[in-house]
Design a protein around this ligand. Structure first.
Ligand SMILES: C[S@@+](CC[C@H](N)C(=O)[O-])C[C@H]1O[C@@H](n2cnc3c(N)ncnc32)[C@H](O)[C@@H]1O
Length: 164
């Protein structure tokens, strides 16, 4: 996922600039973290990463990518979707994704407001998401909201620190 102003294409330049200017350190603060691309990049470089943002969606991404240091086991979700892991090669994430990918697509809020198909009545239809992706986002959001899959309740507006 990308913002206007996303720094993904600048990551190597940012890193290169730090090296060129001999700026050393072991911690990195990604203020205005947004999609967390910058924080994730420096986490992979073994920095101790701090991040923050005003938006709740960014908080969720920071929780998943920056605070979290292990592959989630999805124990409660696996119990709810009542499926068995048939192979050791197949990860818990694979099973959850397979379950979510099989749910039939729905035309919901995201489709109706942020895709070309859903906004075709407008003079300038919106192109934030493809029709297919918008429907998949709606489908999974609705599934989460209806509680078939429960997610952890996250506190808002917290900064993270991930140990290097
Ligand atoms: C251009 S986007 C972030 C781009 C991000 N570095 C990336 O690569 O995805 C700017 C971010 O600043 C956040 N932001 C704007 N004003 C803020 C404020 N006063 N406090 C915290 N976050 C703020 C927005 O919520 C948005 O996520």
């Amino acid at each position: 996922m990308r913002f206007i102003g996303n720094k993904e294409n600048l990551l190597n330049s940012i890193y290169y600039t730090l090296e060129q200017k001999n700026i050393k350190g072991s911690s990195f603060f990604d203020f205005f973290s947004g999609t967390t691309n910058v924080a994730r990049f420096f986490k992979k470089k073994n920095y101790k990463v701090f991040s923050s943002d005003l938006l709740y969606f960014s908080y969720c991404m920071q929780y998943a990518y920056i605070k979290n240091n292990k592959n989630p086991q999805f124990k409660s979700i696996l119990a709810q979707i009542n499926t068995k892991r048939e192979s050791l090669i197949c990860s818990a994430l694979d099973i959850v994704l397979e379950f979510l990918n099989k749910i039939e697509s729905t035309e919901g809020f995201i489709y109706k407001n942020y895709s070309t198909g859903g906004t075709s009545c407008l003079r300038q239809p919106r192109m934030y998401f493809s029709d297919y992706n918008a429907k998949r986002i709606d489908t999974i959001r609705i599934k989460l909201r209806n509680g078939k899959i429960t997610v952890y309740c996250l506190k808002k507006n917290t900064s993270f620190c991930c140990p290097a």
